[in-house]
Design a protein around this ligand. Structure first.
Ligand code: FES
Length: 310
């Protein structure tokens, strides 16, 4: 006999299914099950939304928000399921005979169908939703692999839209004269017709008199500047961040991502940080109307030097 007076020997009584220890912790299990199911469905929608945002790209805020909703929804549903719908216990293993009579088995089967069927069915739904959510998450997690199987980029990563005679314009399409830049000023420009195109982004810097570039790496660049204005690719050669911080006193460009420092007067060679090579330089000229144009394209690919990797 146990402490609570229940028999510790003999077959497990059918009435044990009514044991309050086996009842769900929640007072209203059906409501909790519905809430858990709704939470999981929201989670699944969130993960699908994350997949869409990832596939479309350039929407990091949406990716973070949808992934957060997805994981929180699934997690909340599973937690509610485990905490409030499982038997609350505590459980004590009763000692009893290790065999049942046929009558007892029949009675148990009838009792399970009659009394436990609803609970079993409800948990099947939750289990199915959790499995569906896990499957959706698995598919979405494979998106980076699926995207990598797209068409090859070809030469698009090696050449930009800068050509000899390309008109230099701002992001809103306005042409640029040398006098538009004050000494020490910087301006982000693009080739006309490709405003806002990332690989084409170029930073113009107007140096002070006497600060003209001392090009160490490529002496042939002596005529690539006009009126003290020098142009470099704005894509960092480390991981491609925009290199937009210019320190006039030291004539250095700084990448805000990992603090690579480029020497503007020395062909933008990296002086500090993880960038492995100089920023490509754009040869500049002035056309007959007095506007800036490029006298050629970049002499090397812009951005991270992925092609140099073994
Ligand atoms: S991306 Fe510029 S230093 Fe890393």
């Amino acid at each position: 006999m146990s402490d609570d007076g229940r028999s510790t020997t003999g077959p497990l009584p059918v009435a044990a299914l009514d044991d309050p220890h086996l009842a769900p912790y929640a007072k209203r299990p059906q409501a909790v099950a519905a809430a858990a199911a709704i939470s999981m469905v929201i989670g699944i929608i969130g993960i699908i939304g994350f997949g869409v945002a990832f596939w479309v790209g350039n929407q990091t805020q949406w990716q973070a928000a949808t992934l957060g909703v997805g994981l929180f929804g699934l997690g909340f549903g599973v937690a509610a399921w485990g905490k409030y719908l499982m038997p609350q216990g505590p459980f004590v293993e009763e000692r009893h005979d290790f065999h049942s009579t046929d009558d007892e088995r029949d009675a148990m089967s009838a009792a399970v169908v009659e009394r436990g069927g609803l609970v079993v069915k409800r948990r099947k739904v939750l289990g199915g939703l959790f499995a569906l959510g896990s499957a959706v998450f698995g598919v979405v997690a494979a998106f980076p692999l699926l995207r990598s199987l797209g068409p090859k980029p070809g030469r698009t990563l090696f050449v930009t839209n800068w050509r000899a005679g390309s008109r230099v314009v701002t992001v809103d399409g306005r042409r640029v004269r040398p006098s538009d830049l004050e000494v020490g000023g910087v301006l982000t420009v693009f080739p006309q017709g490709h405003e806002g195109n990332s690989p084409d982004q170029t930073i113009l810097i107007r140096l002070q008199a006497g600060q003209e570039p001392v090009v160490l790496e490529s002496p042939g660049r002596s005529d690539w500047t006009v009126h003290g204005i020098v142009g470099y690719s704005k894509m960092c050669t480390h991981l491609g961040c925009p290199v937009g911080l210019y320190q006039e006193q030291t004539t250095e460009l700084v990448c805000p991502c990992h603090q690579s420092v480029f020497n503007v007067r020395a062909g933008a060679v990296p002086q500090f940080g993880p960038a492995p090579r100089p920023l490509p330089q754009l040869p500049l000229a002035v056309d007959a109307a007095g506007y800036l144009v490029s006298s050629g394209g970049y002499d090397q690919p812009v951005g991270p030097g992925f092609w140099e990797r073994p």
